[in-house]
Design a protein around this ligand. Sequence first.
Ligand SMILES: C[S@@+](CC[C@H](N)C(=O)[O-])C[C@H]1O[C@@H](n2cnc3c(N)ncnc32)[C@H](O)[C@@H]1O
Length: 209
Amino acid sequence: MLIQPTSQIEYTLNHLFNDSKKDQIKILKALSKSVFRPMQLLDFKDIYLSITKTQGAFLKSLIVENQYKNIVEFGTSFGISTLYLAQGVLETNGHIITTELIETKAKRAVENFKKAGVENHIEMRIGDAMEALKGHDKPIDLLFLDGWKDLYLILFQMLEPNFRSHTLIYVDNANMKASQVFSNTISKNKTYQMTSKFKGKVVLIRNKR
Ligand SMILES: C[S@@+](CC[C@H](N)C(=O)[O-])C[C@H]1O[C@@H](n2cnc3c(N)ncnc32)[C@H](O)[C@@H]1O
């Protein structure tokens, strides 16, 4: 029997969420290493750090309700959030560009996109998002920020020429200390309005025009 793409995505997501249950223990191990030396990027190479199922369903509904087609993601990890974005673009006939710094994670994410049957809707760019998205010259409908927080502001500013009046910027982990410079700067910018979701974990940024 041919499995339809949506259930193939759900099947893959269930598998990934099950695997991500080990995250907490892995995070503790990564943090314990930082007692002896500064934290390193590769300490997180096996850790999902993914959005929740509720957030994923919300992302999909945003895409479908607003008929977003051009999606850019900062921070793929193993692709959980990207698969929710894919559920959305399957309904709008859209396209996702996603970026992941750690090559092994990016490659696993691509395998997951294939398992879910949505690889044709997703362009995986491996490397620093600042490089991978440099010179991006297409309008962005939805920008999903979920990489390291110290890059939120400069990445946002780099991609600002691609924003249109309807563009939505979805900021995950907006309540983390490292996101505060970004949030404070955007909140002072009269061009944008910010709405808090999920008890402040997420902030949605829209153009006021
Ligand atoms: C919170 S995780 C992303 C989780 C993913 N969005 C999900 O919900 O399944 C953050 C990811 O961003 C990646 N990252 C950090 N800095 C990056 C950069 N400069 N460019 C691209 N990816 C980056 C990390 O390697 C990590 O895998």
